[in-house]
Design a protein around this ligand. Structure first.
Ligand code: NAP
Length: 325
């Protein structure tokens, strides 16, 4: 095992994805010594598990989520950002010098930190979900869809993610039932139209998954009608859960001010948090828009805010040095 190191930088960015990588592109291009802790498993963020992104400006033919992330990453490297394929496991953010460490015990010191930790899949919160995770229960159609060739499966959720996953899963599964707790979808009109017109997709309206059956693998689900309370079982072998995301704030919950839903509070349209020198962007901040393009834009703003902050700090340091002389 190599000995852990401590290194000093201008800026540490925690998290990748469109927000983190865009912040890295701007900061590195502004000649800030920039380190990005990309995450060991989550490098690239939520778009790594997305298929075609059709609405990212500049790609009229669409672009695959992982390809878009690879290009942003490449651009950050081109301008000199250092990318670390590891998780940030501790963060001391309150002092003038911030300290972030990775899972190998390496410490990265800087005067500014950008939080771009994104969000994690929301869970249904029923015991069977954990018990059968990876055994028919999945949160990622692009990762696991292949295993459900010729089978009957369901997707839970009524937003764009659920419909996108359902449509993608028809490539493998024979039938896909979309289970939604209301009788009206939240998804955009274009996605609704595609899903509703798809011959392999059907809907279970006003339905909540209240149990997942199967000893070792998924064999069916119990649905409870959200209006009548009536229960019914449907046999299937796969359940994909696409009910939104929750902000990932575990690393700095005690230090950074969060709102009641766990999103980092920033001085919109700025990206400053309650801590001087700490900025936040992307899905960990955004409870409304949550698009690749809005995450990228907020990453840009965070880098500019960090740049101004570091220039101010440097200015004051020079000022105090010259008064002493
Ligand atoms: P979302 O829009 O927040 O939708 C979450 C869905 O899950 C809602 O239909 C919600 O029901 C349901 N839900 C939430 N908690 C639930 C629970 N405990 N049990 C059962 N159902 C639950 O999340 P999303 O679909 O992940 O989309 C997030 C953002 O990304 C959106 O802005 C979306 O437009 C965007 N997005 C865009 C694309 C695209 O443009 N191609 C693709 C994916 C995502 P209710 O409707 O009843 O609240």
């Amino acid at each position: 095992m190599t000995t852990p190191t401590t290194s000093t930088h201008d800026l540490v960015i925690i998290g990748s994805g469109p927000a983190g990588y865009t912040a890295a592109i701007y900061a590195a291009r502004a000649r800030l010594d920039t380190v990005v802790l990309e995450g060991s498993l989550s490098a690239g963020g939520a778009l790594m598990t997305t298929t075609e992104v059709e609405n990212f400006p500049g790609f009229p033919e669409g672009v695959l989520g992982p390809d878009l992330m690879a290009r942003l990453r490449e651009q950050a490297v081109k301008f000199g950002a250092t990318l670390v394929e590891d998780d940030a496991v501790t963060a001391e953010l309150t002092g003038d010098i911030k300290r972030v460490s990775d899972s190998d015990g390496n410490t990265y010191e800087s005067k500014a930190v950008i939080l771009a930790t994104g969000s994690a899949y929301r869970r249904l919160g029923i015991p069977d979900e954990d018990r059968l995770a990876g055994k028919g229960v999945s949160w990622c159609a692009t990762c696991d869809g292949f295993f459900f060739r010729g089978q009957d499966i369901a997707v839970v959720g009524g937003g764009d993610s659920a419909l996108e996953e359902a449509i993608f899963l028809t490539r493998f599964a024979s039938t896909v039932t979309i289970v939604h707790r209301r009788d009206e979808l939240r998804a955009s009109a274009i996605m609704q139209e595609r899903a509703k017109n798809h011959p392999q997709i059907s809907f279970a309206w006003n339905s909540q998954v209240t149990a997942i059956h199967g000893a070792d693998t998924v064999e069916g689900i119990e649905l409870t009608d959200t209006v009548t309370g009536e229960k019914r079982d449907i046999p299937l072998t796969g359940l994909f859960i696409a009910i939104g995301q929750v902000p990932r704030h575990e690393l700095f919950t005690d230090e950074v001010t969060l709102d009641e839903a766990g999103f980092v509070v920033v001085d919109h349209p700025g990206t400053r948090t309650n801590l001087p020198g700490v900025f936040a962007c992307g899905d960990v901040v955004d409870r409304i828009y949550r698009q690749a393009i809005t995450a990228a834009a907020s990453g840009c703003r965070a880098a500019l805010d960090a740049q101004h902050y570091l220039a101010d700090v440097a200015h004051h340091e020079v000022g105090s040095t010259s008064t002493q002389v």
